[in-house]
Design a protein around this ligand. Structure first.
Ligand code: ZN
Length: 136
């Protein structure tokens, strides 16, 4: 793993949280994106080298909706940048971690992503992400 790519925070209302976090950071989010397959709307803030992703659910079956009803708002996952996500998935499976996406999927922010089950990581949801290289 190369570095922390971003930290994901689950929120109930993205619009209200965008305003709150803009006040906190002293600048607005730089993009918003919906990931239909995950049932989430996201927004991203950049603080120096680091990024914060806010996530709101778009339907009741969204993983974010389930998280909010169980735990309430707060830190949802930590995402790590990897160079070769397929190799990293294999490596981590070999180490006994439970990988939720054996095949990486398209996430927000032009990334291939895969998640590790929190049950195998002391309770913290871990996201692996690899930048999708623009080959056009
Ligand atoms: Zn994320």
């Amino acid at each position: 793993m190369n570095k922390i790519e971003h930290i994901g925070i689950a929120v109930k209302n993205l619009e209200e949280s965008n305003a709150l976090f803009a006040k906190l950071f002293g600048k607005p989010h730089y993009k918003m994106e919906s990931v239909e397959s995950e049932g989430v709307n996201t927004s991203f803030f950049k603080i120096g080298e680091n990024k914060i992703e806010l996530l709101e659910a778009t339907n009741d079956n969204s993983p974010i909706a389930k998280f909010l009803s169980k735990k309430g708002e707060g830190v949802h996952h930590i995402a790590f940048d990897v160079t070769d996500i397929e190799a990293e998935i294999k490596r981590l499976q070999g180490e006994g971690f439970i990988v939720l996406n054996e095949k990486p999927k398209k996430g927000a922010d032009n990334k291939l992503v895969a998640f590790l089950h929190p049950k195998s990581t002391n309770g913290t949801l871990i996201e692996l992400c690899q930048e999708i290289k623009d080959i056009s």
